[in-house]
Design a protein around this ligand. Structure first.
Ligand SMILES: Cc1cc2nc3c(=O)[nH]c(=O)nc-3n(C[C@H](O)[C@H](O)[C@H](O)COP(=O)(O)OP(=O)(O)OC[C@H]3O[C@@H](n4cnc5c(N)ncnc54)[C@H](O)[C@@H]3O)c2cc1C
Ligand code: FES
Length: 363
């Protein structure tokens, strides 16, 4: 019995010893020294002590990469092309990559640790992304869980964004600041103000923070980000479809369109559960009167008995199927929960919209 206990003690001691050796070795090995990061054929080069993620190394140099999940490896937004260095791609990155991206050396900046010199390529658009300080100028509730908040820019005092782009706001989290993506709802002609439409996610860090902001409060955000590209050809008809806070980029797109092309064709499809979730309908009805080529369709998927609703009922993709024709020259912008985006995309395909004409942000 004593012999068995002694040998068990020796085994435990060996494992503890090994663990200590491994920890010390890792600490030693983790000293990667100074590493150089070269961007776009050396147009920007900086040195950084190795061991941090490429996302943080770039952030420290005020180079802001989209990172909607805040670096948790769950959004797949922080893609950069790595031309040399960086080692093999990790299993946490591959689910987000197409075959072409895998072949082209695309990596997730939040997963790739800087351990050696790196040569990377970034879209020029991203190098223009800035950090902004702004103050809340107006905040109002649109529904029981959706809030519209406007921020007057202070430093820099102006922003330039395309319709449908988003910013990443910094919110205080329990373990330090976190960043979350929010689409800009104000038209792109408005340079001194950024308006957001934010749904409160129960227990959510950033949405709770934004819902608590009062007029005069200061915020920090970076932007603009996003791949939405509204066609400049006014003959291309625009289809917008979404639900909830997905209204934000849609509102920006529609108001930007009618400031520039009063005759352009555009259709809005907005899905709500009941009238409790309806907002901006009156505003869009007014726009419809002013611009006869604008058509608005709201649909309720779960109308309540006391909802006096004469519009469409059912999921919003059914309204798209019902009202939209299948003639060519259309672009679609979809924003809302993933099942809604997927159902609308299927309908758009039956209406002959090619993949490259469908833009979406799922949230
Ligand atoms: C490109 C882009 C644009 C976006 N634009 C907007 C916008 O205009 N308005 C807007 O309100 N949101 C928008 N979002 C979503 C937003 O970035 C946040 O994910 C959302 O507000 C939740 O963040 P949080 O910090 O409050 O919650 P977290 O603290 O991140 O999450 C708390 C909990 O809620 C869960 N959760 C997270 N997000 C959701 C969700 N959407 N629904 C249900 N549960 C969730 C998490 O899994 C977690 O369990 C956008 C996202 C992307 C990627
Ligand atoms: S920041 Fe979301 S996956 Fe990298």
């Amino acid at each position: 019995m004593i012999t068995a206990l002694t040998s068990m003690g020796i085994t435990v001691a060996i494992f503890v010893g090994l663990a200590v050796v491994l920890a010390v070795a890792e600490k030693k090995l983790a000293d990667y020294g100074e590493c150089t990061v070269s961007i776009n054929d050396g147009s920007q080069v900086f040195s950084r002590k190795g061991g941090v993620s490429l996302l943080s190394a770039l952030y420290d140099k005020k180079i802001f990469i989209p990172s909607a999940c805040g670096g948790k490896g769950s959004c797949g937004y922080c893609k950069v092309t790595v031309e040399s260095g960086g080692g093999p791609i990790l299993p946490t990155e591959t689910p987000f990559m197409s075959r072409a991206e895998l072949r082209g050396g695309v990596r997730l900046a939040c997963q790739l640790k800087v351990k050696e010199d790196l040569t990377i390529k970034l879209p020029e658009d991203l190098l223009a992304v800035k950090e902004y300080k702004a103050r809340v100028s107006l905040a109002r509730e649109l529904t029981y869980d959706i809030r519209e908040v406007s921020f007057k820019l202070e430093d820099p005092a102006e922003i330039s964004h395309r319709p449908g782009q988003y910013i990443q706001i910094m919110a205080p989290g329990p373990d330090g600041p976190v960043f979350r993506a929010y689409s800009i709802s104000s038209p792109s002609s408005q340079h001194d103000l950024v308006q957001l439409i934010v749904r409160l996610v129960p227990g959510g860090i950033a949405s709770t923070y934004i819902h608590s902001l009062k007029e005069g409060d200061e915020v920090t955000f970076t932007g603009p980000y996003g791949e939405f590209r509204l066609s400049e050809n006014p003959d291309v008809e625009i289809i917008c479809a979404g639900g909830g806070a997905g209204m934000a980029p849609i509102s920006c797109i529609i108001h930007s369109i009618y400031e520039k092309w009063p005759e352009r064709k555009c259709q809005l499809y907005f899905g709500c559960r009941s009238t409790r979730d309806v907002f901006y309908l009156e505003q869009f009805k007014e726009l419809e009167k002013k611009h006869p080529n604008f058509k608005v369709h709201y649909a309720l998927s779960e109308p309540r008995e006391d909802d006096q609703w004469e519009g469409d009922t059912g999921f919003i993709h059914l309204s798209v199927d019902k009202w939209m024709d299948d003639k060519a020259h259309k672009q679609a912008f979809l924003c809302g929960p993933p099942p809604m985006i997927e159902a609308v995309t299927e309908v758009l395909k039956t209406k002959n919209l090619p993949d490259e004409s469908i833009f979406y942000d799922k949230f």
